[in-house]
Ligand binder design. Structure first.
Ligand code: SAH
Ligand code: SF4
Length: 359
């Protein structure tokens, strides 16, 4: 039997599952405490829990489905992990150090079907969704890595910006968020979590309705349909007007600010005209939007795109500012390792294949 990861259960689900097997809710709280506070890595370390309960858990769940396959550390302290899943698939997770804390970028799918023309993750189409447990385990593995270093550091921020489209794996992503913000677990501040979507409009409405108070980021990357469709084919299904309606709904429903991500691609979407158009798009929502200008991480297979030069980036930024738009140029991390999302994974898959051909 292929056992599920115990990390995939929310506290309610764990309580109800143990309840069905005759255990009182405090047992679930104890298990939860061992997982997220004591952070044990085997069931047998849950020493205060009776043997029959440990046996039941061991029979039905696993506690470690991810195996560390590759770990790269950059000079700025960024650590990139490549994990092997039970079925042999590889996923990527990144730990970044900021002045405000430690943030982890998690993967939600093996590959991505959205296929944006600039992205390394889209090079390999989706094999499958990750379970909620596999998403939670990425955070736990990074936290265990920090625990082992012994300096008492804790993951404080999460960005759901690794491989995959989180809104194409909606329920597992929601369960993951619930587990992360649980006060008796890791208790990561919901304002410290950001979920990024390429703009699956119907799911943006659903996300607003679920109303878990985490931040939402939308990968817009172009201010009009013609340009956006060229770089993101998903725009055919969910064009800019529909995105703007969904943004309005989200703001109205949650009263939260939304982040707009905009990768700057040299001579493609980085002209002052596009900055003017972008500013116009958000003129009536200045207080509720924040634009993140992202330097492009070149991907070997997408050689048609280059990073914008510094002059164009600054001119773009100044134009937005002049129009009263909140924006910033995103700081980069781990530039001396394969930093762009999905890059390490696609390179490693090639390397592993080459090795298996040789041997
Ligand atoms: N699928 C979701 C989340 C994962 S991608 C989404 O698209 O939003 C997270 C962010 O990284 C997105 O804004 C995406 O456009 C950006 N991104 C992808 N490839 C990149 C690259 N090579 N350089 C810089 N940003 C990239
Ligand atoms: Fe998928 Fe996001 Fe990459 Fe587009 S940018 S291919 S949606 S991971």
């Amino acid at each position: 039997m292929n056992k599920n990861s115990i990390y995939g259960l929310t506290i309610e689900q764990l309580t109800s599952w143990l309840g069905k097997h005759g255990y009182k809710p405090y047992r679930a709280s104890q298990v939860w405490n061992y997982l997220y506070r004591e952070r044990v890595t085997t069931f047998s370390e849950m020493v205060d829990i009776k043997a029959d309960c440990i046996e039941l858990l061991t029979e039905n769940f696993t506690i470690q489905t991810l195996r560390e396959h590759v770990k790269q550390e950059a000079s700025d302290g960024t650590v990139k992990f490549l994990f092997k899943l039970n079925d042999g698939n590889l996923i990527e997770t990144v730990l970044m150090r900021h002045k405000y804390g430690l943030s982890v970028c998690v993967t939600t799918q093996v590959g991505c079907n959205i296929g944006c023309s600039f992205c390394a993750s889209g090079l390999l189409t989706k094999t499958r969704d990750l379970s909620s447990g596999e998403i939670v385990e990425q955070i736990m593995n990074v936290q265990h890595h920090l625990d082992t270093a012994g300096e008492g550091e804790k993951v404080s921020h999460i960005v759901v910006m690794g491989i995959g489209e989180p809104f194409d794996n909606f329920q597992n992503m929601i369960d993951f968020l619930k587990i992360m913000i649980d006060q008796k677990g890791l208790a990561i501040g919901s304002r410290h979590i950001t979920v990024s979507t390429s703009g699956i409009v119907n799911k943006m409405y659903e996300f607003a309705d679920v109303n878990i108070p985490v931040n939402l980021a939308l990968s817009l990357h172009a201010p009009n349909n013609e340009l956006r469709t060229k770089i993101m084919k998903i725009n055919r299904a969910f064009p800019v007007e529909q995105l703007m309606d969904a943004i309005n709904y989200y703001i109205e429903k949650t009263n939260r600010r939304i982040t707009i991500e905009y990768i700057l691609l040299k001579d493609v979407n980085d002209h002052v005209e596009e900055a003017v158009e972008l500013a116009a798009l958000f003129q009536d929502k200045k207080k509720k939007t924040y634009i993140n200008l992202i330097p492009y991480n070149p991907v070997d297979e997408h050689s048609q795109y280059q990073r914008s030069d510094q002059e164009s980036v600054l001119a773009f930024y100044d134009t937005l500012k002049k129009n009263g738009i909140n924006c910033k140029i995103r700081q980069e991390h781990g530039t001396d390792i394969d930093a762009a999302c999905g890059q390490l994974r696609s390179k490693q898959i090639k390397k592993d294949k080459d090795q298996s051909i040789k041997s």
